[in-house]
Design a protein. Structure first.
Length: 256
């Protein structure tokens, strides 16, 4: 659990939730996921299944149809979870290394961690806040930012760290907009602190072979779009399954 006051992030195994003033609030990524079409995911999911099958064709022939279907259906989600866990671990390990601590880096993450450290060496971020929960009382949402820091070249920066294979997407602007609109973040002591003004928004794409820093346009348009997404997500949760009444008239099958 993060936060000992009225704004909390509650960790639940591999997931988490948020409460604000004792009541649950939606998370930023959940809001965007429920409200924004993810057209790129269709091709990504198909590719993940195809690669999963191609790499295991000899083993898969030994499975029943039901076992094969279950395994193939889960392939994209297993890769998604792996990428999410990789991002969290890379961020944690690289920051420890940047602080001069001795850490054991798993072999499969060495390239990513080296690339993240290269980013830190290149831009020398200071006053860094890492993995901090943020909250907005006016619009009742929460989230967890990756990195809020100061970089001499850009000023106060709000950065999202991505370690996926495809790189950042345009919709990441809405995530950054939501974090930037937060009224407060929870510090390491669990206390709420006012969210500072942001000068630069960006995404750092960390790979085993290097990193890229992408600047993002986060304007009033992106902030309003996120709020539209929040309204849509609320409708999906609260109204979509209750707006349809029972049939007033049903056509009966006519038999001759």
């Amino acid at each position: 659990m993060t936060g000992n006051g009225s704004a909390r992030r509650i960790n639940r195994g591999r997931g988490h939730s948020y409460t604000l003033d004792g009541k649950p609030v939606a998370g930023v990524t959940t809001i965007i996921g429920k409200s924004l079409p993810k057209q790129a995911l269709v091709g990504w999911a198909a590719r993940e299944v195809a690669e999963f099958v191609a790499g295991r064709r000899e083993i898969l022939t030994q499975l029943t149809d039901e076992e094969l279907i279950d395994l193939c259906k889960g392939a994209p989600f297993r890769e998604r979870d792996k990428a999410a866990n990789r991002g969290t671990e890379v961020h944690r390990l690289a920051e420890q290394l940047a602080r001069g601590l001795d850490v054991d880096v798993p072999e499969e993450l060495v390239g990513h961690v080296d690339s993240y450290v290269a980013f830190l060496d290149k831009f020398e971020p200071s006053e860094a806040l890492l993995e901090r929960p943020v909250f907005n009382r006016q619009y009742r949402y929460a989230g967890t930012l990756d990195l809020l820091c100061r970089i001499a070249e850009f000023g106060r920066c709000l950065l999202d760290i991505k370690t996926n294979r495809s790189g950042p997407f345009g919709e990441n602007a809405l995530q950054l907009a939501a974090y930037g609109m937060a009224e407060a973040y929870v510090d390491e002591n669990g206390d709420e602190q006012p969210m500072p003004e942001i000068d630069f928004y960006g995404v750092v794409w960390v790979r085993a072979d290097g990193f890229d820093l992408y600047p993002y346009q986060v304007t009033e348009r992106e902030r309003k779009q996120f709020l539209f997404c929040a309204q849509t997500a609320w409708w999906v949760d609260q109204r979509m399954e209750v707006v349809r009444g029972d049939a007033l008239w049903q056509r009966q099958e006519v038999r001759v």
